[in-house]
Design a protein around this ligand. Structure first.
Ligand SMILES: O=P(O)(O)O[C@H]1O[C@H](CO)[C@@H](O)[C@H]1O
Ligand SMILES: O=c1cc[nH]c(=O)[nH]1
Length: 235
């Protein structure tokens, strides 16, 4: 049973899926975590890999960039493959002095400028929030690390052109970083009564670009986030 965007048969995707934006990061995560991983889909170059970690099934599949792309994969995984939880393993731009490049943000909730959640409940401004058990598992896995933060993030439709005033206001309201998928993921998960979490590595900083990661680093430097994401996937 294939969907328009996933070629795997039913049963070939695990109940828990790690979902980076980048297909190369997905392959790298699968190679790192699962010596028994096998590729179960490659539609549009979005590889999906399934194997086990400590005997527990796990899949890794990229979302592509932005909420419309993520929405397609998350919908198909929840609806047709009985996926129970998706954990985004993403990168994000720091927007507050409280975070630095290499830190990890567990996205408790996601503000957004996207219209994707606005029509979900007529007359209501939808709250895009993470699933509490997954947050708790990620926080427990972080131990007492001062490089891991639990806070709201903002999911924007545009990568370029962050308005300075808006970014300042978001920081004033405790938002730590900007990325492009978490709010969409939390909306689709709520729609399907499933679980979701985004664990984000700060890859660059809007207030100080001196430590920004290269494209290659963004593919590789996510070990801290991955540890938390696996704990959430299998809690
Ligand atoms: O590194 P990923 O997971 O793709 O996440 C971030 O990077 C992309 C932009 O470069 C957007 O998808 C954004 O959310
Ligand atoms: O969306 C994103 C992701 C990483 N860094 C940014 O500045 N924005």
């Amino acid at each position: 049973m294939a969907t328009p965007h996933i070629a795997a048969e039913k049963g070939e995707i695990a109940p828990a899926v790690l979902m980076p934006g980048d297909p190369k990061r997905a392959r790298r995560i699968a190679e790192l975590l699962m010596p028994d991983a096998r590729q179960v889909s490659d539609v549009r170059g979005i590889g999906a890999y399934t194997g086990t970690v400590d005997g527990k099934p796990l899949s890794v599949m990229a979302s592509g960039m932005g909420m419309p792309s993520l929405g397609i994969y998350a919908n198909e995984l929840f609806r047709f493959y009985d996926v129970q939880r998706i954990i985004r393993v993403g990168t994000a731009g720091g927007l507050s002095p409280k975070v630095r490049v290499g830190d990890v943000v567990v996205a408790l909730g996601a503000h957004t400028d996207s219209a994707m959640n606005t029509t979900r409940i007529p007359g209501i401004h939808f709250s895009a929030v993470a699933s509490y058990p997954l947050v708790a598992a990620a926080v427990a896995a972080a131990g007492d690390s001062d490089r891991v933060h639990v806070a709201p993030v903002v999911s924007r439709d545009h990568f370029y052109g962050n308005p300075a005033e808006q970014i300042q206001k978001l920081a004033d309201y405790g938002t730590l970083c900007v990325e492009m998928e978490a709010a969409g993921l939390y909306g689709v998960a709520a729609e399907h009564d499933r679980e979701a979490l985004a664990v984000l590595t700060i890859s660059d900083h809007l207030l100080d670009s001196s430590q920004d990661m290269s494209a290659e680093d963004r593919e590789h430097k996510f070990e801290r986030a991955l540890h938390l994401a696996v704990a959430a996937a299998h809690c």
